[in-house]
Design a binder for this molecule. Structure first.
Ligand SMILES: [Mg+2]
Length: 232
């Protein structure tokens, strides 16, 4: 499609688009499950724990996105809420897991398949940026752990600007910071609402990295990053 080759600025989401959040997070959660003997405390297997934590985390992020939960609560109550669902209560363990998880998970180095080669390819002809909804204390660590920093001109952590994706205002902030015109911008991300519809609503083009294979977006979809070479 010629339309995308005329773009000048390519904006990427970070978590589960470039940096493999699922892999890096699960690895640390498995370690914590063993270190804190959660099989005995929660009376469940590690797989059930991972699935329940994921459900709680998604729910909390969605409440945070709607302004119904603040950052402190999101960060500090995810483990306690997961515990509760297995009829276990311990603020002490909840706090300990929170601290260890936040210190360890952002240091994960696993990137999405083909990430570095695709970024190298795109960087030859386009200016690359990141827009991420994560927290400023951890997103920079993830970017450095993955060796990603040098690919990007502008790294926008939405928290620092007061608006999260999909709020149209964060896309306007991105245009101002990069000096880009609306017509020259394309957003690539795994989150349909935040990345894809958010960008479209702001007048940008968008590509969905369809990690789960849902094929829900009727625009440009890719399953792996190297497919971007077909579009740019
Ligand atoms: Mg994401």
């Amino acid at each position: 499609m010629i339309g995308l080759r005329t773009k000048k600025h390519i904006f990427f989401d970070l978590d589960d688009t470039l940096w493999d959040y699922q892999h890096n997070s699960d690895k640390v959660l498995r370690e914590l499950f063993a270190e804190y003997a959660l099989n005995e405390k929660l009376r469940c297997g590690v797989k059930e724990f991972l699935e329940e934590y994921k459900r709680v985390n998604l729910l909390f992020w969605s409440l945070y996105g709607k302004g119904k939960l603040d950052k402190i609560a999101l960060r500090e109550q995810r483990f306690q809420e997961t515990f509760k669902r297995f009829n276990y209560e311990s603020k002490e363990d909840g706090d300990a897991l929170t601290q260890t998880y936040l210190a360890r998970a952002p240091k994960g180095r696993q990137l999405k398949q083909g990430c570095l080669e695709t970024l190298s390819y795109l960087k030859r002809n386009y200016t690359l940026h990141i827009i991420t909804n994560g927290f400023k204390e951890v997103q920079g660590i993830k970017i450095d752990s993955g060796g990603l920093r040098n690919f990007f001109d502008c790294i926008i952590v939405t928290e620092e600007h007061g608006f999260n994706k999909p709020d149209e205002r964060i896309f306007r902030v991105a245009e101002q910071l990069t000096g880009a015109q609306t017509k020259d911008c394309v957003m690539i991300g795994d989150h349909l609402e935040n990345d894809v519809y958010g960008a479209k609503n702001a007048g940008w083009d968008a590509i969905h990295l369809d990690n789960e294979g849902t094929a829900e977006f009727n625009g440009v979809c890719i399953r792996e990053l190297p497919e971007l070479k077909n579009w740019f």
